[in-house]
Write a protein that binds this ligand. Sequence first.
Ligand code: DQA
Length: 145
Amino acid sequence: TSVLVLNGPNLGRLGVREPDVYGSDTLADLAGACVKAGTELGLEVEVRQTDDESQMIGWLHEAVDAGAHVVLNPAAFTHYSYAVRDACAMVTKAGLTLIEVHLSNPAAREVFRHTSVVGGVSTGTIAGLGREGYLLALRAVAART
Ligand code: DQA
């Protein structure tokens, strides 16, 4: 079972970006924890990050074509990208699991973060639990396959 763990804009800056909000783990730390958890769960996990919307959409298309499940932190795309939303819809309509993950709890932050255009086409959403959220999402994927 393959899982793409996809991270959107500015998440390559984890560790230096607002550590009070996002913690002190770097993306490499997070990626290492995801790959390790994947091995334990029998999942083939690949972690990627992009600041580019077109790249993100391409990866979601790739997930559909490859039959890979997705753990997605859409970052700011969450709040406004209908294009990312439509690509996510293709993943879940293909019968694949797509878990939306946020390190912080957007519901406890600025009002513009309270809307997720991705949530309605996701299998489920996990927010506010830091790196643990990604690991829980991988457990959910494993439990569903
Ligand atoms: C985020 C929350 C988003 O509102 C924000 O734009 C991010 C990160 C999170 O992981 O908490 O970049 O998705």
